[in-house]
Design a protein around this ligand. Structure first.
Ligand code: BV8
Ligand code: ZN
Length: 257
């Protein structure tokens, strides 16, 4: 029996039956065990900057070099990172229930690297996609950096930016629509590794609960779970999610697919 099995609410395991429809909403905490710093831990993310200082169109307009230096540093980190046990546990859970979708605030692409067949909605975009600020053309790019002073440019000569959603920018309506569908139809919403500070992701727990979902919050310190949560599971998700998958398999014995 997993060391964290005893803290799993029985009702949660019961609800994860083979015919269940489940949605997971993840944040930076699920990638922490892959060596990717979270945004709001004491250590902060990068040098003396906060995400709110750099992840804005104004910061990019004012100082594209520093914003690209931050994203280059993160791209290099993510390229060297691997999905961890928490990413893999969600991928296993997807095979144990009827319907499973992931909504992630992360831009690191690690859910898809854990299992390319997962239905993943990248709410804030992806750090390996660039968008031209002049013509809007997008392209995938997994090269190192960019190096300071060699910022990426489109063939139209427009400066390229990371195709991620910055503060003050609206989310892709089609992505948001798909997420609301997943939140409306799920019986269980697993919230994993997010501080629940950034909207519209921060409003998704209450939205799912209003539509009848059982909401479980997996966080290092899940006690301050906030409203819209039915169960709080405290501990590192790379442990607690593994315990959950083991408990589900033990209780329901695998599942369809
Ligand atoms: C928008 C860019 C419409 C990509 C990011 C008041 C109400 C409503 C909205 C607002 C408001 N005031 C301002 C707004 C708008 C703003 C917002 O919400 N601001 C916040 C600060 C209040 N939202 C927006 O601007 C959004 N757009 O609303 O459009 C609009 C249009 C115009 C004008 C206004 C509104 C756009 C939001 C997207 C911003 N982009 N990133 C990138 O570079 O990554 S947000 C950034 O924060 C990341 O994307 C990140 O994913 C996200 C959330 O952070 P978390 O993932 O939660 O990470 P964090 O470090 O905070 O927490 C980690 C957690 O994990 C912790 O709880 C920790 O305990 C836990 N943990 C750590 N290790 C583990 C663990 N748990 C388990 N196991 C572990 N091992
Ligand atoms: Zn262009």
């Amino acid at each position: 029996m997993h060391a964290f099995a005893s803290i799993l609410p029985k009702e949660l395991v019961e609800r994860l039956h083979p015919a269940a429809s489940v949605t997971a909403l993840t944040g930076a905490g699920i990638s922490a065990a892959s060596g990717i710093p979270t945004f709001r831990a004491e250590a902060g993310l990068w040098k003396e900057y906060r995400a709110e200082d750099l992840a804005t169109p104004e910061a990019f307009e004012r100082d594209p070099g520093t914003v690209w230096e931050w994203y280059g540093w993160r791209r290099d980190l993510v390229r060297k990172a691997e999905p961890n046990a928490a990413h893999r546990a969600l991928a296993q859970l997807a095979h144990a229930v009827e319907h499973f979708e992931i909504i992630t605030q992360n831009v690191d692409g690690l859910h898809a690297r854990a299992d390319a067949n997962l239905a993943v909605h990248e709410l804030h975009g992806n750090i390996f996609v660039l968008r031209c600020t002049r013509c809007g053309r997008e392209r995938e790019d997994h090269t190192p950096g960019p190096a300071p002073g060699h910022l990426p440019h489109c063939p139209c000569d427009g400066l390229e930016r990371p195709a991620v959603v910055w503060f003050g920018e609206s989310l892709e309506p089609s992505v948001l629509g798909a997420c609301h569908g997943a939140l409306r139809h799920c019986e269980v919403l697993l919230i994993v590794g997010t501080s629940g500070l950034v909207y519209p992701a921060a409003g998704m727990a209450a939205f799912a609960q209003q539509h009848g979902a059982f909401v479980a919050n997996f966080n290092l310190d899940a006690t301050h779970a906030g409203h819209g949560v039915d169960a709080a599971i405290s501990g590192p998700c790379e442990e607690t999610l593994v315990a959950l998958v083991q408990a589900v398999h033990h209780r329901h014995g695998g599942g369809p697919g």
